[in-house]
Design a binder for this molecule. Structure first.
Ligand code: UD1
Length: 404
């Protein structure tokens, strides 16, 4: 157990009796945690955890490391501002590269930080290259790693994220899952029960806490859109945007849907680059009703999302956000690692076939979900960060640091 056994008493029991813990003892019990953020979908998961650690500063000494996998103002800094995150304590500045080069650069830059800081835990989130790279560094140094959003599986090993998920879960010491299907996946892979904790979805902590601020944004008005009279599109998966034929199929579907409902499209930098490289600029510009904009910050995007009548996406997180917001979501992929958003939420998996995408979109437009009966998965309640911290305290220190 954590925080135990000094002078034969338990630190938490001590505090429960409202006797302030002496500073020297607090420092002994306190957990030093490096929180890793690398790419855009990490920031909304890390923000509530760091905020909770700062609030519970008797128990936690948090450090924030930004790997720099995403580095643009629009992909990174805007999120720090919108999510009210502290400046990173360490910025690794690795930038873009091939998967091998990027993963290796993150490992190389992160290892000395871990050796210098000797944290009790390193917290990695999601499924990006930074997640796996930092978990691997810790596994080799004998530093405890916790993985938030563990256990999700698309069963599609052509997705780099699936490889990152599988490997991170194999080497992490504590696996925080967002849904019961994730627990089942981990058990089926032989992960022992004591490493698995079902805590809910931490991204929903950010969504619920920032939604009121997001509603103050002027983005919808600035774009000339009216509430519930537009769709939102995001697209960046290699399976949709790196291949000309696949991208053309999506464009065909979008042309039909945009004829019925305007679509606002905050375009990911890799998607912009691919439109250009694949020679698709003219075809995209020709779609009437498609409004391509720069990547939106967190608050602007949340406002756009919450006011949309329909969402089309190949993102993972947006399938979850639309579930909680009760907005119909058409997922432009053949599979999902988040099946609960289909079972309980508003998500439909439509793949890359234009006819299937259009049918799914029109069906969603013709049969809007019943807002009075929202089905929200268990523990997607805005309190996941605190459950994660409680579990860390329970596990306590105990890494066996091995510098080589
Ligand atoms: C990464 C994650 C993916 C996540 C996505 C969300 C991995 C394997 N993939 O994919 O899981 O859903 O982020 O955004 O980690 N670029 C910029 N500015 C930036 C970042 C990227 O211009 O700030 C461009 C670069 O040209 C880069 C390309 O986008 O080559 C791809 O970026 P990268 O981080 O490699 O992967 P993503 O496709 O963004």
């Amino acid at each position: 157990m954590a925080q135990t056994l000094v002078c034969g008493f338990h630190a938490r029991d001590h505090r429960l009796k409202s006797v302030p813990l002496p500073k020297e003892l607090r420092e002994i019990f306190m957990l030093k945690v490096i929180n890793v953020a690398g790419a855009r979908p990490n920031f909304m998961k890390v923000a509530p955890i760091v905020a909770a650690m700062k609030r519970r500063n008797d128990d936690f000494q948090p450090l924030l490391v930004h790997t720099g996998q995403h580095y643009d103002e629009a992909m990174s800094e805007a999120f720090f501002r919108d999510l009210e995150m502290p400046e990173p304590d360490v910025y690794l500045g690795v930038g873009s590269g091939s998967h091998g080069a990027q993963t290796a650069a993150i490992m190389q830059a992160f290892e000395p930080v871990v050796i210098q800081e000797k944290p009790d835990w390193v917290m990695v989130v999601g499924d990006v290259n930074s997640t796996l790279a930092c978990a691997l560094v810790c596994a080799k140094l004998g530093i405890k790693v916790a993985h938030v959003e563990a256990g999700l599986r698309s069963r599609d090993r052509t997705m780099p994220e699936e490889i990152n998920r599988l490997l991170t879960d194999q080497i992490a010491d504590l696996l925080f899952t967002p849904s019961p299907d994730a627990d089942a996946n981990l058990r089926a892979e032989g992960i022992p029960e004591e490493r698995i904790r079902f805590v809910g979805n931490v991204m929903i902590d950010s969504l619920l806490s920032q939604l009121p601020r997001a509603q103050q944004s002027s983005v919808r008005v600035d774009l000339g859109l009216s509430d519930k009279e537009y769709a939102v599109l995001t697209l960046h998966r290699p399976s949709n945007v790196d291949d000309t034929m696949a991208f053309v199929r999506v464009i065909e579907a979008l042309s039909e849907i945009a004829a019925r409902l305007p679509i606002v499209f905050p375009a990911h930098p890799r998607t912009r680059k691919m439109i250009d490289e694949l020679g698709l600029t003219a075809r995209v510009e020709k779609i009437k009703g498609l409004l391509v904009i720069d990547p939106a910050g967190y608050l602007d995007f949340l406002q756009l999302l919450s006011g949309a009548r329909l969402v089309l996406t190949d993102s993972g997180g947006i399938q979850e956000e639309t579930t909680v917001l009760g907005i119909p979501c058409i997922t432009l992929r053949e599979n999902t690692e988040r099946p609960i958003t289909v079972e309980m939420g508003t998500n439909t998996i439509a793949g890359n076939n234009p006819a299937k995408i259009v049918v799914a979109a029109f069906r969603a437009l013709d049969n809007p979900p019943n807002k009075s009966e929202p089905r929200i998965p268990p523990l997607w309640d805005g309190h996941t960060a605190d459950r994660i911290l409680d579990a860390l305290i329970e596990k306590g220190k105990g890494g066996q640091y091995r510098e080589r």
